[in-house]
Design a protein around this ligand. Structure first.
Ligand code: HEC
Ligand code: HEC
Length: 290
């Protein structure tokens, strides 16, 4: 146990390269799954007292395997691929863990760790990461020409009504730090990760609970729009604190599945009702989408 724990800790603190993490993730995974599926026993904790990380709390030991990829305490750096999870809205994180477990998102090395965990267990891990209040590093220098960055900024802040693209800030918040409990922020994420997520929604590889507003929005974006938006977002600093907003100043322009307690614009709500009336099929209930 201790040896395996040590090798995991070495892995966490002396990351030689991301590729190495992926290569060993499966062995770390076996350990993590063992830890994750049973609460740490008093004997285990006692034998591990030399490690401050493990004795801190049983939840931080449960999630050690997560930090191998998501970085110390879940605050990945913006220059790799792994997304930050620390401080994101709890409902959003829980929805994503369910999405990975149930096949609406795919990253096999991670799904492997959580495929047998219960909804409650996933929600507890989500709550743990959501409650972390840790500073964000400064963003990397912009990686696109000024015209592309400007195009990205305009799309994020104003959308493009002629192409039915709502402003990203109308749901993700003016500060782009997300809205509790289920809308994620768009800052502090690597450009490659943003490109890949928007691309995955376009091709149907990433799905959210229905109605999947992000799939509809991503399909309206051209590949140039996607790279402009990702380059601009990845280069923005996170405002002090960077916490998700408590509420949006106005109703969301479109209804999104998995988002509760946020008002939706009357026109969008009416359109959803009309579709339901003509097709006779309401949007599938949460959890029914597989
Ligand atoms: C082997 C590396 C690896 C491990 C270990 C891992 N993850 Fe992930 N995780 C990823 C990658 C890569 C993504 C993004 C996948 C994609 O492209 O959609 C991700 C995505 C996520 C997301 C979605 C983030 C977002 O902004 O949408 C959450 C939440 C998450 N992981 C939580 C966890 C938790 C909790 C654990 C531990 C039980 C864990 N991960 C372990 C690699 C890993
Ligand atoms: C109608 C509301 C709405 C609008 C407008 C909107 N989003 Fe989203 N977005 C969401 C919701 C809800 C989620 C969470 C989906 C889920 O649960 O997987 C999300 C998730 C995302 C994610 C995933 C973040 C992560 O950590 O993986 C990205 C990236 C994103 N949106 C980008 C955009 C961009 C770029 C725009 C503007 C072009 C935009 N969104 C406009 C509601 C919206």
């Amino acid at each position: 146990m201790i040896n395996r724990l040590r090798s995991l800790l070495n892995l966490v603190f002396c990351l030689p390269a991301v590729a190495a993490v992926i290569a060993v993730a499966s062995s770390a995974g076996a350990w993590a799954q063992q830890v994750a599926s049973q609460p740490i026993s008093p004997a285990d904790s006692a034998s591990a007292t030399h490690s401050a990380t493990v004795s801190a709390s049983s939840m931080s030991s449960r999630v050690l395997a997560c930090t191998a990829c998501h970085g110390k305490e879940g605050r990945a750096t913006p220059d790799g691929y792994f997304p930050r999870i620390a401080g994101k809205p709890a409902g959003y994180l829980a929805n994503q863990l369910l999405n990975f477990r149930d096949g609406r998102r795919s990253y096999p090395q991670m799904t492997y760790l959580i495929e047998h965990l219960t909804d409650d267990y996933l929600r507890e891990m989500a709550a743990h990461f959501a409650a972390l209040d840790l500073p964000y590093p400064p963003p990397p220098a912009p990686q696109a020409p000024p015209a592309a960055l400007e195009r990205g900024r305009v799309l994020v802040q104003h959308g493009d009504a002629a192409r039915s693209i709502p402003a990203c800030v109308s749901c993700h918040g003016a500060a782009m730090t997300g809205v509790n409990p289920s809308i994620p922020g768009l800052l502090g994420l690597p450009r490659d990760y943003l490109n890949s997520q928007l691309g995955a929604w376009k091709t149907g590889q990433r799905r959210a609970h229905a109605p999947d507003c992000m799939a509809d929005i991503a399909k309206q974006l051209t590949p140039d729009d996607v790279s402009a938006v990702s380059a601009w977002l990845a280069a923005q600093p996170v405002a002090a604190g960077g916490k998700p907003a408590r509420a949006l100043p106005a109703a969301m322009p479109v209804r999104c599945g998995g988002v509760a307690g946020v008002p939706v614009a009357a026109a969008a709500a009416a359109a959803t009702a009309a579709t339901t009336a003509t097709t006779g099929s309401a949007a599938p209930a949460l959890g029914a989408v597989r």
